[in-house]
Design a binder for this molecule. Structure first.
Ligand code: GLP
Length: 240
């Protein structure tokens, strides 16, 4: 695990974008595993800028997202599909048919999980971008998630519903269920790039980097991945 501590959110975001840019420049038809949440917003903004500056093209890039709330369709402003269009896809030259996000509005969620896992098998990820939950979750793999888990429907912890409620009008509006790639799916990416920012992530970062590899901190499994880069700001790194 390579740990890089930057001065602030802006520098973390810039470095995250540069790492992804290098993957795309090295392989213009790369498959990127993408994440949502506040942490990666700055990185997406930088990627949009790199595209508008003519530095990179997404024309042949393929993407697969980590997760989606159950019950929200892509037109819902709180859906991760909407987030991805707003914060990245609409700003670059990506072919939308090359972008993939679990369907939270699928009528048959079990089939949707199977479909997504087949898709992941056909699209090996060159890099998987990750944020980190304050409870150590990656994607929506909450503490206790088995390390061999594949794409499935999960119930969110109260702490995750609370953390994510800042983006909703009321905490009651936050969906309690999600479809998420499993930890085994995340571990199958060739490279993992995890970003974390802010004091509220410091404890989870410490457990991820120095704690026992244990299901209580799902991100700790990344200690066993051969190619992980963790980019932090000072606050997130403050307990290392
Ligand atoms: C969310 C998402 C994760 C994300 C994490 C951190 O619940 N499912 O994929 O990485 O929590 O979110 P944020 O960056 O907003 O702190």
């Amino acid at each position: 695990m390579k740990i890089i501590t930057t001065d602030n959110y802006k520098d973390m975001s810039q470095l995250g974008a540069e790492i992804l840019r290098d993957v795309i420049k090295g392989k213009p038809n790369a498959t990127l595993g993408l994440a949502t949440g506040s942490t990666v917003l700055g990185t997406y903004a930088q990627l949009c800028k790199m595209y508008s500056d003519g530095d990179i093209s997404f024309a042949d890039v393929k993407t697969v997202n980590l997760d989606e709330y159950v019950g929200l369709d892509g037109s819902n402003e709180q859906s991760y599909a909407y987030y991805m269009r707003t914060n990245l896809f609409n700003c670059v030259d990506i072919d939308m048919s090359n972008t993939h996000i679990p369907r939270g509005d699928a009528l048959d969620l079990a089939s949707e999980c199977k479909r997504y896992d087949s898709l992941l098998a056909s699209l090996p990820r060159d890099v998987q971008l990750l944020g980190l939950g304050s409870n150590g979750h990656i994607a929506f793999n909450e503490p206790g998630s088995p390390f061999d888990a594949r794409t499935r429907v999960v119930r969110l912890e109260d702490s995750t519903v609370y953390d994510n409620s800042r983006l909703f009008t009321r905490v009651e509006d936050v969906p309690k269920m999600a479809i998420t790639m499993g930890i085994a799916d995340i571990m199958s990416a060739k490279q993992v790039l995890l970003l974390a920012s802010g004091l509220n992530k410091a404890q989870a970062v410490k457990a991820m980097v120095h704690g026992q590899v244990c299901v209580n901190c799902p991100a700790s499994i990344l200690q066993r991945h051969p190619n992980v880069i963790v980019v932090l700001d000072k606050q997130a790194a403050s307990l290392l």
